[in-house]
Ligand binder design. Structure first.
Ligand code: JF5
Length: 274
């Protein structure tokens, strides 16, 4: 797979791409990542890439020409029929939310183009007439699209067949099965008096698998109950959850006793603090 990135800050990508899995993925030829400096496509002697917004207001907006020219340069050698299939992705807080499902979808393409916005954003004509996708990595605002592009690069590259040692690994991911991961332990068996659960040291593989599945479910039920709606669960697994629900209700019952039909309680007397 090849991923082209258009950015005003090519240096931003240097060290993240030089270490660990992304480094090895590039060295082995499984993934080719090409960073393009948007400034090289800037306008005039000063290679300008931004300008003041029409209609006034503060800040700067990225001009469309350098971005169109950078993408034209990237796709110049690609035959028209193939070019039409390549996602041209603008990183933007207003985009479609990036999830593991979107990562799998993008990993299915032989090429991607990522465009990093800056300032108040890019000229609307980039969205309308160049970008095929707008993607957000979450509901927060970054100074530019670069960190978001790195997140997408990382999540997508590791799904390319051969990038991870074990070809089964990505399918075993938390979220792949739509449940959170079970706890992991390694040596020592006892650290500061904190013991590794007995079952994991028992060598009883079936009991271990069952314990892990229950831990996964319990953790998901506690922290991300929304994920359970999409999970494929056995009858037994549903019965575990039903038991936890019952235990929770039993714990809450004394606290809620008699509150259902009561008038809102009177304000507490002033405790004398100023
Ligand atoms: C950006 C204008 C893009 O802030 C983001 C972002 C947040 N979630 N996903 C992406 O992108 C950077 C900033 C300003 C356009």
């Amino acid at each position: 797979m090849r991923i082209d990135v258009v950015t005003l800050f090519p240096e931003y990508f240097e060290s993240p791409l030089r270490v660990s899995i992304l480094k090895r993925a590039q060295e082995s030829g499984h993934v080719q990542i090409v960073i393009h400096n948007l400034r090289d496509f800037g306008i005039g002697r000063h290679r300008v890439t931004d300008d003041a917004p029409y209609g006034g207001g503060g800040g700067m907006v990225m001009r469309p020409e350098p971005i169109f020219d950078a993408v034209a340069h990237i796709l110049a050698e690609v035959p028209e029929a193939e070019r039409m299939q390549i996602p041209i992705i603008l990183l933007d807080p207003a985009g479609r939310r990036f999830t593991q499902e979107v990562a799998w979808e993008l990993a299915g393409h032989p090429r991607l183009v990522l465009i990093c916005g800056h300032y108040e954003g890019v000229d609307e004509r980039v969205r309308e007439h160049l970008a095929t996708d707008e993607i957000s990595i979450g509901d927060f605002v970054l100074t530019g699209g670069e960190p978001a592009a790195l997140v997408i690069l990382d999540a997508v590259a590791r799904l390319v067949p051969g990038v991870l040692g074990d070809p089964e690994a990505p399918r075993h991911d938390s979220f792949a099965g739509s449940l959170l991961e079970h706890p992991h332990y390694t040596r020592p068996a006892v650290y500061r008096g904190w013991e590794v659960p007995e079952v994991l040291r028992s060598g009883h593989h079936q009991a271990i698998a069952r314990w892990r599945r229950m831990q996964s479910l319990r953790r998901t039920w506690e922290r991300r109950p929304d994920l359970l709606l999409r999970a494929a669960l056995t009858e037994e697994e549903r019965s575990w959850i039903a038991r936890w629900e019952a235990e929770r209700r039993a714990l809450l019952a004394p606290l809620l006793e008699g509150t259902a039909h009561e008038e809102p309680s009177a304000p507490l007397p002033d405790e004398g603090r100023s």
